[in-house]
Design a protein around this ligand. Structure first.
Ligand SMILES: [Fe+2]
Length: 346
């Protein structure tokens, strides 16, 4: 990468409702904080990245170096993700159980205020960048291979992982190494054992399956090879080098359950009673975000978790009643924890 570019030519004013893209902020968040456009000299705007999509920093850097104007229709200020990131920042270095619990409660207090009670403002997509900044540590080459074979799955999985890891904290998990393993496991959902995302027909099947359990395989009826891939895609057969990424590789096994249903009619016919809390969290968050169809709105974080729990229809069989009751009970009983009053501006 060439010389660092933090700001664009001040003379190139953005049109109303847009801002000139701040590269430093984007590098920090990785995922787009709004829709990013290339503004041509003619005044025409060309959409480069939608909100929540992984931004190609190298490409953006090159365009800025060439003097191109990049503008953003900002959706989020990332205020909540900065608060969460600040509250959790010491967790990886902490070994004292009491201090770990205090950090957990601070993080959950922030999460609960907006995403459960609805106090304040913020966006769901902030959880995506919070998770990435906090827990992500996959080797760059492996990360690139995931991006290259399934960017829609990649974006969706980051969203799912950001929400899932916070729900795991609600359920009492607080050790950094474990949360990181769970986070990385969620990132690897729907990638084949070789590290490649499931094929085109299977992605279509995945979309069908998202809306109606059982319709994925039905869709693949005419394609026996794809049917087998789809049927087995939840099976964990990752190679040793992938397992080395994990503090405890056994955590990865959670992804084998992502197509289970609470009534036992999922891929492996496991009933709610034999699914762990983490498996139930995975099944629930997997049902929240559709591959390739994510759309975000201003202030959509308000009561997002509460509404998602309450709107998850029982007939979908994606939400464990045990999990629902536990999350509700814990989030509503959390103490109010004072936040450190440090400057949140990165
Ligand atoms: Fe899947």
């Amino acid at each position: 990468m060439g010389a660092k570019i933090d700001t664009q030519d001040k003379e190139k004013l953005p049109p109303e409702g847009f801002e000139n893209l701040n590269l430093g902020e984007l590098e920090e968040n990785i995922f787009s904080m709004g829709d990013i456009y290339w503004r041509k000299i003619s005044g025409k705007n060309i959409l480069l990245f939608k909100t929540g999509e992984l931004a190609d920093i190298k490409k953006i850097h090159k365009m800025l170096e060439k003097g191109q104007q990049l503008i953003i229709k900002r959706l989020t200020t990332c205020y909540q993700s900065k608060r969460l990131f600040q509250a959790i920042s010491l967790l990886s270095k902490e070994s004292d159980a009491r201090e770990i619990e205090i950090i957990r409660l601070k993080v959950l207090s922030i999460f609960r205020d907006l995403f459960w009670i609805g106090n304040g403002e913020g966006e769901i997509v902030e959880l995506q960048s919070f998770g990435r900044r906090t827990f992500f540590s996959l080797p760059a080459s492996f990360d690139k291979s995931l991006q290259s074979v399934g960017i829609d799955i990649y974006n969706r999985n980051h969203m799912m992982a950001g929400v899932g890891v916070l729900l795991a904290m609600v359920m009492g998990y607080s050790r950094f190494e474990f949360l990181q393993d769970f986070y990385h496991s969620l990132l690897l959902v729907d990638y084949r054992p070789s590290g490649k995302a499931i094929g085109f027909f299977s992605v279509e099947a995945m979309k069908k399956e998202f809306h109606h359990a059982g319709s994925g395989l039905k869709h693949l009826g005419p394609y026996p090879f794809e049917s087998i891939i789809f049927e087995k895609h939840s099976k964990v057969e990752f190679k040793e080098e992938i397992q080395k990424i994990f503090n405890d590789p056994s955590v990865l096994m959670v992804i084998e359950k992502h197509h289970e249903l609470m009534n036992g009619l999922g891929f492996n016919h496991l009933h709610e009673d034999v699914l762990s809390d983490l498996e139930c969290i995975l099944i629930f968050v997997h049902g929240l975000f559709e591959v390739g169809e994510m759309s975000f709105k201003k202030n959509d974080g308000k009561m997002f978790i509460k509404n998602s729990l309450e709107n998850c229809k029982r007939e979908n069989e994606l939400l464990s009643l045990r999990l629902k009751n536990m999350l509700k009970h814990i989030l509503e009983g959390l103490p109010n924890i004072e936040e450190e009053s440090e400057d949140l501006v990165a």
